[in-house]
Ligand binder design. Structure first.
Ligand SMILES: Nc1ncnc2c1ncn2[C@@H]1O[C@H](COP(=O)(O)OP(=O)(O)OP(=O)(O)O)[C@@H](O)[C@H]1O
Ligand SMILES: [Mg+2]
Length: 278
């Protein structure tokens, strides 16, 4: 059975896609030596913008609607995900579900009028549960059925948080949505952690907000991801940061992280592996 992790925050531009792409790639790297399904990772991009797919599998962000994730959400019965899944560009064991922007926008519009509108992704993913170790889901920056489907399908959530006053106060709305999902669909839905992103610790207001977050979520705070040009450049080069900045070979053959960004996302990957091992 795959472990499904959704990266969510209704606020825009907080590092959801960057976290999705680098977590999925980092897990694929860690599992690369494991044969079969327990070594495979699937990335699902529920954001119509398709930015996670741009970085993970460039040719799959605008395929024909009937071969895309939107068809999985809208058709009854859904088309076979097994046949739709494609390999990503940078890692042999990282796969994606192709998407189509306008079909996903249409899905967001039409889903509220359909039966079982909140559980369609969860049910469709059941068909591939035995083919992947991890399913990592990116979400759009708004409330709606695409986000709700991604929450209902998840076992765990990672919530990237921008370290600003608005970033922290905006979390309440997401927490209400999570409570609704637990009440109606998934009582066991776990918040794996709050991930401070785009952190500039030299600014005193950022340090204050980090302290506030640590007080509010003492057990669920993840180590911060600092602002780093490598992450922005990797994204604009359509790559995860591990492919953009491959590890350096040390004398003695050991591998070392080549930048702060690979170090920090690498630690997140190890933490996730540890927290989700069964
Ligand atoms: N730690 C970081 N350091 C520098 N730039 C970053 C970092 N994290 C994200 N970015 C950049 O900030 C922008 C927003 O990040 P990202 O796209 O991951 O956010 P998002 O929450 O997915 O946004 P949206 O809500 O629009 O989907 C992107 O241009 C990305 O490259
Ligand atoms: Mg995004």
């Amino acid at each position: 059975m795959a472990t499904t992790i959704t990266i969510a925050n209704e606020k825009g531009g907080v590092g959801k896609t960057t976290t999705t792409v680098n977590l999925a790639a980092g897990l694929a790297i860690q599992l690369a030596e494991t044969a079969g399904p327990s070594g495979r990772v699937l990335l699902v991009d529920m954001d119509p913008q398709g930015h996670a797919l741009l970085a993970a599998a460039y040719g799959t962000h605008d395929v024909a609607p009937e071969q895309s994730l939107a068809a999985v959400l809208m058709e009854t019965p859904p088309p076979s995900i097994q046949r739709m899944v494609r390999q990503g560009d940078h890692h042999l064991n990282l796969y994606v579900l192709p998407s189509n922007r306008s079909a996903m926008v249409e899905a967001a519009r039409v889903l509220p009028t359909m039966m079982a509108n909140e559980t369609r992704l969860m049910h469709a993913l059941q068909a591939v549960q035995n083919q992947f170790a991890y399913i990592i889901i990116d979400t759009p920056p708004n409330t709606g059925d695409l986000l709700v489907n991604a929450l209902v399908a998840a076992d765990h959530l990672i919530i990237p948080v921008e370290t600003s006053y608005l970033g922290v106060s905006g979390l309440r709305e997401l927490q209400n949505t999570i409570e609704q999902v637990r009440l109606h669909f998934k009582p066991q839905l776990n918040i794996l952690g709050y991930l401070p992103t785009l952190v500039e610790e030299q600014r005193s207001e950022v340090r204050e907000i980090l302290d506030q977050l640590r007080q509010r979520y003492p057990k669920q705070m993840l180590n911060p991801i600092h602002k780093s040009s490598d992450l922005a450049y990797a994204h604009s080069s359509h790559m995860d940061v591990f492919s953009y900045r491959p590890p350096r070979q040390r004398s003695g053959g050991q591998l070392a992280s080549s930048s702060r960004a690979t170090q920090e996302y690498g630690e997140l990957v190890l933490h996730v592996l540890q927290q989700t091992s069964r």
